[in-house]
Design a protein around this ligand. Structure first.
Ligand code: PLP
Length: 280
């Protein structure tokens, strides 16, 4: 399939990465995953804005504008050759210098890569019955607000979930919920949606932003606050949300049912509005 590589469009199997690339040696880079439904990009501007914020925070200067990024997303989508829904993956690293040293290299051009993949949407059973999750300690670093390619924490969390036969791992730091392996977490109690505060402990999901907007539209109270791990046990509803998992109800946590053990009414309302915003 088509990919983007440092200013050129070429087949994915023709991309060759230097072993000295800062991404390979240091995980010194960022990524972004944007969905396109039937050829139409979803929330592309928000994904681009997050990427640009992250690059600025890491002092990686690609010289690319929001319009340049959108152009790449649009061309990869248009030339994907994929029928139906897809994701566009973008990755930017600090580039490939001639030697390995921790500090920023001088005079090196960032590496910019993009590729497309078919999007497997959440199974219908996930919406009908909800999914199971486990909880585990959050062992990640102190800047989870940056969407870095250093993903070992998420890799280990997802594998813990997979090994246990559940869909996600809800991570707990100092007694508070942070996020899933690659999802944001929401709890509903007495009709109010709560989600952890957008600080250094979590990645601020684009899906999370959409949920916040839809809740305002629907008149459903939405608060950002610290969420205690013990609240998971007494919540009426728990959801996980991301670009690829969309908004998925969690009906079992650590083997115990959440609320009634079925997808809840608040989820039903927001999920219906979400489907509409996707153009379904
Ligand atoms: N939190 C983490 C750690 C993630 O990796 C992701 C997505 O990959 C999310 C949250 C959800 O973000 P988004 O809704 O932008 O996909």
């Amino acid at each position: 399939t088509i990919s983007y590589w440092n200013g050129r469009y070429l087949p994915l199997d023709q991309v060759q990465v230097s072993p000295l690339d800062r991404g390979f040696l240091f995980a010194d880079g960022l990524y972004e995953v944007t969905a396109a439904y039937n050829g139409r990009l979803f929330e592309a501007e928000a994904h681009i804005a997050r990427l640009q914020r992250g690059l600025a925070a890491l002092r990686i200067d690609t010289g690319m504008s929001a319009g340049d990024w959108l152009g790449i997303l649009e061309r990869l989508t248009a030339e994907s050759g994929i029928d139906g829904d897809l994701t566009v993956y973008l990755q930017v690293t600090r580039g490939a210098p001639t030697t390995r040293a921790h500090g920023f290299p001088a005079g090196v051009t960032p590496t910019v890569f993009g590729m497309v993949s078919p999007l497997k949407r959440p199974a219908a059973a996930w919406r009908e019955q909800g999914v199971a999750a486990l909880t585990m300690p959050d062992i990640r670093w102190g800047r989870c607000d940056l969407k870095t390619i250093a993903l070992l924490g998420s890799v280990l969390a997802q594998q813990a979930a997979t090994d246990a036969g559940v869909v996600d791992a809800i991570q707990i730091r100092d007694g508070f919920v942070t996020e899933g392996a690659a999802t944001n977490v929401f709890v509903v109690k007495d009709g109010t949606i709560a989600t952890p505060v957008a600080d250094h402990r979590i990645l601020v999901g684009i899906t999370r932003q959409v949920i916040q907007r839809l809740a305002a539209t629907a008149g459903v109270p939405f608060v950002e606050r610290d969420v205690r791990a013990i609240e998971l046990a007494s919540a009426d509803e728990v959801w996980i949300a991301s670009t690829t998992k969309e908004i998925t109800p969690v009906t079992t946590i650590d083997g115990r049912p959440v609320g009634t053990g079925t997808p809840g009414p608040v989820w039903g309302r927001i999920a219906a509005l979400f489907a509409e915003s996707q153009g379904r």
